[in-house]
Design a protein around this ligand. Structure first.
Ligand SMILES: Cc1cc2nc3c(=O)[nH]c(=O)nc-3n(C[C@H](O)[C@H](O)[C@H](O)COP(=O)(O)OP(=O)(O)OC[C@H]3O[C@@H](n4cnc5c(N)ncnc54)[C@H](O)[C@@H]3O)c2cc1C
Length: 408
């Protein structure tokens, strides 16, 4: 039997070490940060101190290879590390494994030239700078990157870019952006129209219009005006017309990295749900003894179990170099929705306390909402999943290959 759901001892030690690190270093800081809600200076100082501690604990940059100062753990091990780290919103920042830098690091590792890696990848890995990924535009559906209107035209040795982006996470203060723009007028296929560029920031022609205020508050999701921005030819990332390919390659592991963090958040919510149900007394018994509450606990437990299995299996396929698109799509859709349901049930069991900001649940619910449409809306994943299931049936006379290709 080759199926083994245990980790090698060194990965299990790492997982438990991250759990201790979050409990002993990150959580106490999180409480302080939340008390001083609009104190950005304190937030930055806290992240720097947590990062110094992460280095001392040997927990720096788990997802990157050793030559970049990382720990070189694969995607399966990363599933365990990220789920533990994300039990606090600041855990991934402490380890330098936060979105969007984590996805950008993977992108640069696979697509950048050696010179680009030295200039852009190393400083992000060292934690000296932050980056952003600029693709979505307010005027066209972000779900369909073939519609991108931001345009880059070649003028001698320089690309001149004009366009409009929004929801660019981390853009204010980023040292560079990976920018997706249309370069091809008559591409062989619609997916070959866009190209990725590395843009040094701040830059003339790149204007942060505002930090878009969301239902979860201000979180540095910027609207950007791009007017006659000049990008040197050598700053093209990947080849001409490969922007879509690069975006897709980036999004696979980046989506799964989100799922890993969401598993951690869902576990926090379920733990809180049970803890509260054991302590709260009403109508002659504790909430935990009431069937209506037990159903919520049972449903959440089954869903979290499914989330964990789906994430681990998708990560296993990425580590083995197998086609992971379906498994990541299914995991992204399922985990995003399960997270929303589990957090909502936890709020229900807490009553007014759950609705207050005295527990992390209300903030978790607000953040969880974007999981269902960002990095691939539910319906787009469902469309792709159905396409693959139908294709599998047409090819094999069975849908088996579409359900993870598992040997059952
Ligand atoms: C918190 C947050 C952070 C983000 N960070 C970044 C970032 O750093 N960089 C970046 O470039 N973008 C970022 N985004 C943008 C995000 O990637 C887009 O929101 C996402 O791609 C969806 O695009 P859209 O918002 O334009 O929605 P649309 O594409 O307009 O879709 C709206 C809705 O239409 C429906 N829909 C779309 N297509 C189909 C279909 N084929 N079938 C059925 N229904 C469909 C879905 O219900 C979908 O939710 C971020 C968004 C959020 C909320």
């Amino acid at each position: 039997m080759a199926i083994d759901f245990t980790f090698p001892p060194e990965i299990d030690d790492l997982r438990l070490k991250v759990r201790r690190f979050v409990a002993e270093v990150v959580r106490p800081r999180e409480a302080e940060i939340e008390k001083r809600e609009n104190d950005r200076r304190f937030l930055i100082q806290s992240i720097i101190e947590m990062r110094v501690a992460a280095k001392d604990w040997g927990l720096w940059l788990p997802h990157m290879p050793k030559e970049y100062g990382g720990m070189g753990v694969g995607h399966v091990a990363m599933a365990a590390v990220s789920a533990e780290a994300a039990k606090s919103a600041y855990g991934p920042y402490a380890l330098n494994a936060q979105a969007p830098d984590e996805g950008n690091m993977h992108t640069l590792l696979h697509w950048a030239t050696d010179a680009q890696k030295d200039k852009y990848l190393r400083p992000v890995c060292d934690g000296m700078v932050r980056s952003c990924f600029a693709m979505t535009e307010p005027e066209v559906a972000g779900s369909d990157p073939t519609l991108i209107e931001t345009r880059a035209t070649l003028d001698g040795d320089t690309w001149v870019v004009n366009g409009h982006k929004w929801f660019i996470s981390g853009a204010s203060g980023a040292a560079f952006a990976i920018l997706i723009a249309r370069t091809e007028d008559e591409p062989p296929i619609p997916q070959a129209a866009n190209t990725a560029f590395l843009v040094d920031l701040p830059a003339r022609g790149w204007t942060v219009v505002r930090d878009v205020l969301t239902m979860a508050g201000h979180h540095n999701h910027a609207e950007i005006r791009i007017e006659n921005l000049r990008v040197p030819k050598e700053n093209m990332l990947g080849g001409r017309g490969q922007g879509h390919l690069l975006g897709q390659a980036r999004l696979g592991p980046a989506r799964l990295a989100h799922c890993m963090r969401w598993v951690g958040q869902a576990e926090v919510a379920l733990d809180m749900m049970v803890d509260r149900a054991l302590k709260r007394f009403a109508h002659g018994s504790f909430l935990a003894e009431k069937q209506g509450i037990q159903w919520m606990i049972a449903d959440s437990t089954m869903e979290l179990y499914q989330c964990k299995l789906m994430v681990l299996h998708a990560a296993y396929k990425i580590d083995r170099g197998e086609d992971f698109r379906s498994e990541v799509s299914m995991a992204k859709h399922f985990v995003a929705n399960a997270l929303n349901r589990i957090v909502d049930r936890a709020i229900q069991v807490h009553g007014a306390l759950g609705y207050s900001l005295d527990t992390p649940l209300a903030r978790m619910a607000l953040h969880a909402r974007w999981a269902r449409f960002a990095d691939g809306a539910d319906e787009v994943h469902q469309w792709r999943i159905a396409e693959r299931t139908i294709a599998a049936f047409k090819t094999d006379g069975s849908t088996r290959a579409a359900t993870g290709g598992l040997p059952v």
